[in-house]
Ligand binder design. Sequence first.
Ligand code: PRP
Length: 208
Amino acid sequence: MTQLYVSDHPLIQHKLAVLRDVNTDHRAFRELVRELALLLCYEATRDLKISSCKVMTPMGEAVGAKTEELIGLVPILRAGLGLVDGVMELLPSVQVWHIGLYRDEETLRPVEYYNKLPTEPTVQVCLVLDPMLATGGSAVATIDILKRWGVSRIKFLGLIAAPEGVERLSSAHPDVPIHVAAVDDHLNDVGFIVPGLGDAGDRQFGTA
Ligand code: PRP
């Protein structure tokens, strides 16, 4: 079953439109990616487990809640890096585990180049961060790695998906919810999302 969550929040949709704009410069682009990550994280963490706790206010004791699970952020290098700061504003105590993958330009298949996960899992929930879900190959490969590591509760958090990527990820990992701001029309013949926003890595890091 596909667990696809496309935010219809007005702030997310407004910021996404500015992000897509070809005239948005690198600095504004990075700031929008950070803000969108924060807003999407808020929506994607609705089902985190909490336990009750007691808290002393100036007026007496209140019953509060605290989150229970150890959370890991897994940005896919390099474009996923831009989503980390926004998410960490909401989740300051998370662990960050980087996975380096690039897409072979000819085959569009992901090639792993960085992975320093420790032998045993150190978190219970992972948020995989990547702005673009194109063919879905990078997300599937990352989630394969995390499941082999021993994490079973995984969510994908991105900005724009292609229908092809949603199909591929939800077929390979139907248990993984996909949280994005938009699902676009299609992939072109070189694997770019259309209309998309171009190359999210290049637009963040000025390498276009
Ligand atoms: C882009 C993007 C994703 C991947 C998506 O990365 O940031 O990681 O492609 O494509 P897929 O769904 O077809 O796997 P890219 O390979 O351009 O590397 P970069 O982040 O270093 O720019």
